[in-house]
Design a protein. Structure first.
Length: 526
């Protein structure tokens, strides 16, 4: 590719200073044919092919993200050089009031992704941002900082979404999320699926994965790029800051800590996990605190939204013990009760428990992956008992968490989850077998954006299952997302439904709603 050759005339003043320092002034007059930093590359196709994003809002800052990928499905198509990427952030979408700008570097080691941690912004304010590389300008993104610390906040609206299997349908839920311009979007994981093209899903395939099952860093990069080239997903990222966590499919179905589902030796699986984690970091608007180290990456973190929301984001994949009684199956065995079973690992559990002791906001929100409530399907269907991949396989860990919520009196706990490709709303009980036992909080579980295809009415066994699980207050087997509205008095979850994902661009409708009144444990249907 000849597009990186250029003459001195194209260098920035900063670069010329740097060159003068290293080469001596006489050398500047000579054209440079190769150089480590490319300040003004010329691209043969659009480099912002995977869009822009922002994330992890603070009262005074935000992460701005993009990735240069002129050939998104072929490793990115960038030269193995560092490339300068200019960014700017403004108070208006037309960039007439630019408040900050700068230059970041896109490095080959990180797939030419860019993570800019902007500080010094005003709290609770909308901003717009964009990037420039060479003569190419990115899409414009809207974002919003968190409210001032300790300040009252009238209202926050956020989406809860996850599970977007590319082959199962159109990402219409993301288009509708983009329409809503939320204060933030919480993603519960399964941002990609790792399977090969047409992995047994031909009956409902709308679109096809590129390539085989993912193992290498470039495999994972290309899969993220394929998903991110979707216009609806791009629009959702450009509409609001995202706060994400991962589940299993960012690496491999139902993996648990160091163990995959195929019995691969842990030291071998660690290599794959490292590749997958790095690609996740590269693809998300994360802070440098999440930079991968070996086969680990810290994504559990805490975010505060004034006096309204205290959000702890969990990672229930990386540090959990293996699923008991077989891998992710539905069963009921004594090991699922073992005190040694951990969902978060000891260090993260301590961190969360400290957060709960110091939580002061009106709503204590725990954003994570798999549902924490007990879900007993054994009476309606003896073959399907408890799912060992959920907190039902880690009962002692669940009891420690719920007990901690009671002991700390963390205000109004709300748990968010996804993973199961169906909407659920549930009251969380100290003892799920006793409806009279204490209600410790409420959980909202989002359905998938697309995974499992269109969906439909609930099955004929549902009423019996619900009778065995009276704490479950809402259920839908259709695709969509949850729109949450938090005020000082209420937390409202509108379970949004897209009737078909086999047809693009359908509207969203409210399938049902649950409301939690502050100070009164449990959910209500009005
Ligand atoms: Fe999923
Ligand atoms: Ca999952």
């Amino acid at each position: 590719m000849a597009y990186y050759q250029r003459t001195v005339a194209g260098f920035s003043r900063r670069e010329l200073m740097k060159m003068a320092w290293t080469l001596g002034a006489a050398a500047i007059a000579q054209p440079l044919l190769s150089r480590r930093v490319l300040g003004k590359p010329i691209f043969d196709s659009y480099p912002f092919s995977v869009g822009v994003a922002s994330g992890d809002p603070l009262p005074d800052g935000i992460v701005l993200w993009t990735r240069l990928a002129p050939k998104p499905l072929e490793g990115g198509g960038m030269p193995m050089n560092i490339v300068d990427v200019d960014w700017e952030i403004a108070r208006d979408a037309r960039f007439q009031a630019i408040v900050q700008h700068g230059t970041a570097v896109a490095r080959p080691e990180l797939g030419h992704s860019v993570h800019v941690e902007v500080a010094g912004l005003e709290p609770g304010r909308e901003y717009w941002y964009r990037f420039r590389a060479g003569d190419e300008v990115s899409q414009v993104g809207r974002t919003k900082t968190a409210p001032p610390p300790g300040a009252p906040v009238d209202r926050l609206r956020f989406a809860v979404c996850g599970c977007q299997h590319y082959e199962d349908g159109y990402f219409t839920a993301f288009r509708r999320i983009a329409d809503e311009q939320f204060d933030f979007v919480f993603h519960t994981g399964d941002y990609i699926y790792e399977g090969r093209a047409d992995g047994g899903r031909s009956d409902r395939r709308q679109r096809q994965h590129n390539g085989d099952e993912l193992y290498t860093l470039v495999d994972y990069r290309n899969r993220y790029a394929q998903y991110k080239s979707d216009r609806d997903l791009m629009a959702a990222h450009a509409s609001a800051p995202w706060i994400g966590t991962w589940d299993d499919h960012e690496v491999d179905n139902n993996y648990a800590g160091d163990f995959d589902q195929d019995g691969t030796p842990p030291e071998i699986f660690a290599l794959r996990r490292a590749a997958a984690y790095q690609a996740y970091y590269e693809a998300m608007p994360l802070r440098a605190s999440a930079l991968p180290s070996g086969s680990h990456m810290r994504i559990y973190r805490r975010l505060q939204f004034g006096t309204l929301i205290d959000l702890s984001v969990l990672d229930t994949r990386q540090w959990r013990s293996d699923q008991p009684c077989g891998d992710g199956g539905r069963t009921n065995c004594a090991e699922r009760l073992a005190p040694s079973q951990t969902m978060m690992g000891a260090e993260q559990e301590r961190w969360l428990f400290d957060n709960l002791a110091t939580a002061k906001a009106r709503w204590t929100v725990i954003g994570q992956q798999v549902y924490s409530f007990a879900f007993d399907r054994s009476k309606a269907n003896p073959a399907a008992q408890f799912s060992m991949d959920k907190w039902d396989g880690y009962v002692a860990a669940r009891q420690r968490l719920y007990q901690r919520l009671i002991d700390t009196k963390a205000p109004n706990p709300i748990v968010l989850s996804g993973d199961v490709h169906q909407h659920y709303g549930a009251d969380l009980k100290m003892d799920f077998t006793d409806p009279r036992s204490a209600t410790v909080g409420v959980e909202f579980t989002n359905t998938s954006v697309t995974t499992n295809g269109d969906g439909g009415d609930v099955g004929p066994t549902w009423e019996a299952t619900r009778a065995d699980n009276p704490h479950i207050r809402y259920h839908s087997n259709r695709r969509g997302y949850i729109a949450c509205t938090a005020t000082a008095s209420d937390m409202r979850a509108d379970f949004m439904i897209i009737d078909k994902v086999s047809v693009p661009d359908l509207p969203a409708r409210i399938g049902g709603s649950l409301v939690v009144h502050a100070g009164r444990p449990g959910s209500n249907t009005d």
